[in-house]
Design a protein around this ligand. Structure first.
Ligand code: BDR
Ligand code: CA
Length: 312
């Protein structure tokens, strides 16, 4: 039986690739809905971008919801300087046929968790929608099987501030709620996603698959490449969000360690920092499985194998 999942995202080129990887994997993942949130770009764009990816993947039956327009307590931040003005620069924008559901994403999450047992949540943007659902109705947690999030950083430091990763910095209060919700949480932060580099060879392998999803993926990753390779001086840009789906499909690609992760929500200097107690030097409860290594070649083999399926 495929695992029931809700993907909560802010596409974002890497969110888009995470959606493709999940849509290519119906044997393992039953996508109940795609919920969108303000993050890389404002909500009006993230919900449109998610629907575009469903069109490109030939999955106009996918249910896509728009959620929170702003973080729980802080002012919104965006990342057009990385993702481009559309959030998904690298593909041509069009008005998708995949409809936008009328229901608010947070209502959908609450209703689904009331009725479906059990559900895995996959946040690949600021965690505002899931945190709002938990705040509104804590009992929904009973039906959360697992949370697999992209966010945070320990060894890699921050990518949006010296000490914070973008998704957690964008809504640190939401991240704190999700990490401490009492259900199993796996966090794929920059420590692993910076090991997953979209080198030119890897992007070429995807492009050569020759289907629409492969072309869109290669186009978006090539755009990503320009900014990040300048920033990091690396061979290719890190590919963040698909690590969540890959962990669900092939957990053996990763090494994780259960430990305490606490989020800074007070200091403006270090706001959104994830304090990862990797060496268990405190008595704080072990609330998160923190990922620290990934088999990057194995990850790209998986991605290529799954994207090839769209040509069938
Ligand atoms: C995260 O921030 C966003 O820019 C990406 O989509 C990813 O979810 C990486 O820090
Ligand atoms: Ca994202």
């Amino acid at each position: 039986m495929p695992r029931k999942v809700i993907i909560d995202c802010d596409p974002g080129q890497d969110d888009a690739v995470a959606l493709f990887l999940a849509m290519a994997s119906p044997g393992e993942l039953d996508i109940l809905g795609v919920t969108t949130v303000a993050g890389n770009v404002p909500l009006a764009l993230t919900q449109r971008n998610a629907r575009m990816m469903c069109d490109i993947a030939g999955r106009r039956d996918m249910r896509v919801f728009a959620g929170c327009e702003r973080p729980l307590r802080r002012a919104p931040i965006t990342a057009e300087y990385i993702h481009g003005a559309t959030g998904i620069d690298g593909v041509d924008v069009f008005e998708p046929d995949t409809p936008l559901e009328a229901q608010h994403a947070v209502d959908f999450i609450v209703d689904t968790l009331r009725n479906e047992v059990p559900v895995t949540l996959i946040p690949t943007g600021p965690m505002t929608n899931f945190a709002a659902a938990i705040e509104r109705e804590p009992s929904v947690l009973d039906n959360v099987e697992q949370i697999v999030s992209m966010g945070g950083a320990m060894r890699e430091g921050g990518n949006r501030s010296p000490s914070a990763e973008f998704n957690v910095l964008a809504d640190p209060h939401a991240a704190e709620i999700v990490y401490n919700c009492g259900r199993p949480v796996t966090a794929l932060g920059l420590d692993v996603t910076h090991q997953v580099l979209s080198t030119r060879e890897r992007v070429a392998r995807i492009r050569e698959l020759g289907n629409d999803v492969a072309a869109a993926t290669a186009g978006m990753l090539s755009f990503f490449h320009r900014y990040d390779t300048r920033k990091y001086g690396s061979e290719g840009a890190p590919l963040h969000d698909p690590c969540t789906v890959a962990w669900l499909l092939e957990p053996d690609l990763f090494q994780t360690k259960r430990c305490n992760v606490s989020v800074e929500t007070d200091s403006e200097l270090t706001m959104g920092h994830t304090a990862v107690d990797f060496w268990h030097v405190t008595d704080r409860p072990h609330n998160v499985d923190w990922a620290y290594t990934i088999d990057a070649d194995g990850f790209y083999d998986l991605l290529v194998e799954r994207i090839a399926r769209f040509g069938d």
